[in-house]
Design a protein around this ligand. Structure first.
Ligand SMILES: CC(C)(COP(=O)(O)OP(=O)(O)OC[C@H]1O[C@@H](n2cnc3c(N)ncnc32)[C@H](O)[C@@H]1OP(=O)(O)O)[C@@H](O)C(=O)NCCC(=O)NCCS
Length: 245
């Protein structure tokens, strides 16, 4: 794709970062954590954990997170011969086309999780059609991936991506993806990362956000419901969920 081309951002301002205290998961710990105090005025240094904006160079680590959580929330490393493929479909387009809505969990050693947003889903799909899918289609012709191969559904996605249902977009025009490396799950970081994205989307004028999740990923479905998402449309083993902003 042409370098430097990203989707225009409506209403961007510099209040977005650092984000306001979480609306979802309010009352949790702060966005970063520093040295741990000990009694007697001593402290042990531990790596600071923080949510920060995506920066170029994060891609390989984020593609790995995508793979390690890509089997209904579990590790998909053994499923695909190409470790980058899942990331190229579900992470790369957001980093390339909507980098201002990509946030990363960084434990000091690098990126360990992400939340990725698209402000206007239809505009994003059109931008992918123009700027992201053509290169992948050329690199991975559909006929080069045999029927029945584990990668087949991803090849089909690249060649025939499914647009979001129209009825979802009326109230929930934005959408998101979130994945955390296993050791950062269940500690409140997912809630804080969603709150960060909600603030960024709201600051840009979005009225609602949706996502699609496999019904087999019961943990994620429970997480989204807890964070205020409602079920919208179910089918094909997945559910679309939406939340006003
Ligand atoms: C799904 C995911 C993003 C959630 O983030 P997280 O940091 O683990 O979740 P949190 O710790 O912020 O949990 C937030 C709330 O959701 C609830 N929740 C989380 N997992 C749950 C589960 N298995 N069952 C019921 N509720 C659950 C928690 O109870 C928590 O509420 P509480 O604070 O009142 O206890 C994260 O676990 C993850 O990346 N999983 C693997 C990848 C994945 O499935 N991504 C989603 C693909 S659509």
């Amino acid at each position: 794709m042409p370098r430097g081309e990203v989707l225009p951002v409506a209403g961007e301002d510099d209040r977005m970062w650092p984000p306001a205290p979480a609306r979802a998961g309010a009352g949790g710990p702060p966005y970063g954590s520093g040295p741990e105090p000990l009694s007697g005025g001593m402290s042990i240094r531990r790596a600071a954990v923080a949510i920060r904006p995506y920066v170029p160079g994060d891609e390989p680590a984020l593609y790995e997170v995508c793979l390690r959580t890509g089997a209904d929330g579990g590790d998909a490393s053994g499923l695909y011969s190409d470790r980058r493929l899942l990331g190229e479909v579900f992470v790369g387009p957001y980093l390339a086309l909507q980098p201002d809505l990509a946030f990363v969990l960084d434990d000091g050693s690098g990126a360990e999780g992400y939340v990725l947003g698209a402000l206007d889903t239809r505009a994003f799909e059109l931008a992918c059609e123009r700027l992201w899918w053509p290169g992948l289609r050329e690199a991975r012709p559909l006929e080069s991936v045999p029927e029945g191969a584990p990668e087949r559904w991803l090849a089909e996605w690249i060649h025939r991506p499914r647009p979001a249902p129209e009825e979802v977009l009326e109230a929930f025009p934005s959408h998101l993806h979130i994945d955390l490396a296993p050791r950062w799950q269940g500690k409140g970081w997912g809630s804080r990362m969603l709150a960060t994205l909600f603030d960024a989307l709201a600051a840009r004028g979005s009225r609602g956000v949706h996502l699609g999740v496999s019904l087999a990923n019961t943990k994620a479905v429970a997480f989204y419901r807890k964070l205020g998402f409602e079920d919208l449309i179910e089918g094909g083993g997945a559910v679309f969920m939406g939340r006003p902003l």
